[in-house]
Design a protein. Structure first.
Length: 254
């Protein structure tokens, strides 16, 4: 079975990478989930995989800016140049209070201004055209859950996520997607997390006037049993401008 290495030594030494499918990164804001996803993409550039970033509300320019501010100049430029960035921000904001001239500088015709594209069908088209054995970062499930309150049906969103997972397994695609912790009601959050093959939780805490960031595996088919056998509870993580997301130590049960 194909695996996609994280190229983070502490992790790959135990799990040898992630299987194709859907992995949800549940992040307390600022805890490192986004940096983990970007580092995953950056580290796999050398493996010559097709790498795609799908932005729901960010423009391509915003994504590149984020990458440039996350990593050193040499690493960020390589990632920004080589990944395939697809933004559907125009569709997302078309029926909102935000003027489209804030989103794009290009001249929009009647077709674009009065388009009937549904975000979910647009995502289906994008994933249909993804290459086999790709790594895709969907930023983010949180944005999709937000519009499920008034613009799309919640059941349609869940069905889409179920379908995306099936497609990713069929085409050997690893799909990483962010979910901001506490952004939806508890029962809906649990329903979203239930769709993933894996759920990685990113949290942070303050102790002795220092900030500590933690990663633990809440769920992961084929990987969680290995971590349980090793007695690994969680990982202490740091964000480095050159290497991105790094693991500094792990916590075990002896």
């Amino acid at each position: 079975m194909i695996r996609f290495p994280t190229e983070i030594e502490f992790l790959d030494k135990k799990i040898q990478g992630f299987y194709p499918g859907l992995v949800i990164l549940q992040e307390v804001v600022g805890a490192g989930g986004r940096e983990f996803a970007l580092t995953y993409l950056m580290n796999n550039l050398k493996n010559n995989l097709n790498i795609k970033y799908i932005a729901i509300t960010k423009t391509s320019e915003e994504v590149k800016r984020e990458i440039n501010l996350t990593f050193s100049e040499s690493r960020s430029q390589e990632l920004a140049d080589r990944i395939d960035i697809q933004s559907i921000a125009e569709t997302y904001f078309r029926e909102s209070i935000v003027p489209l001239r804030w989103i794009t500088d290009k001249k929009l015709g009647i077709k674009e201004l009065k388009g009937t594209d549904n975000i979910l069908t647009l995502l289906v088209d994008i994933f249909e055209n993804c290459e086999n054995e790709s790594i895709v970062f969907l930023d983010s499930i949180t944005d999709l859950a937000r519009i499920a309150k008034d613009k799309i049906k919640w059941n349609d969103l869940i069905d889409l996520i179920k379908g995306l997972k099936k497609l990713c397994i069929k085409k050997d695609i690893l799909l990483l997607s962010l979910l901001t912790a506490g952004s939806v009601e508890k029962e809906k959050e649990e329903e979203l997390l239930d769709q993933g093959d894996g759920v990685l939780v990113f949290e942070w805490s303050i102790k002795d006037e220092a900030i500590y960031r933690w990663l633990y595996f809440r769920k992961f088919i084929g990987i969680l049993p290995m971590l349980e056998r090793e007695g690994i509870i969680k990982y202490s993580v740091k964000i480095d401008p050159e290497r991105g997301f790094t693991v500094s130590k792990l916590v075990r049960v002896i």
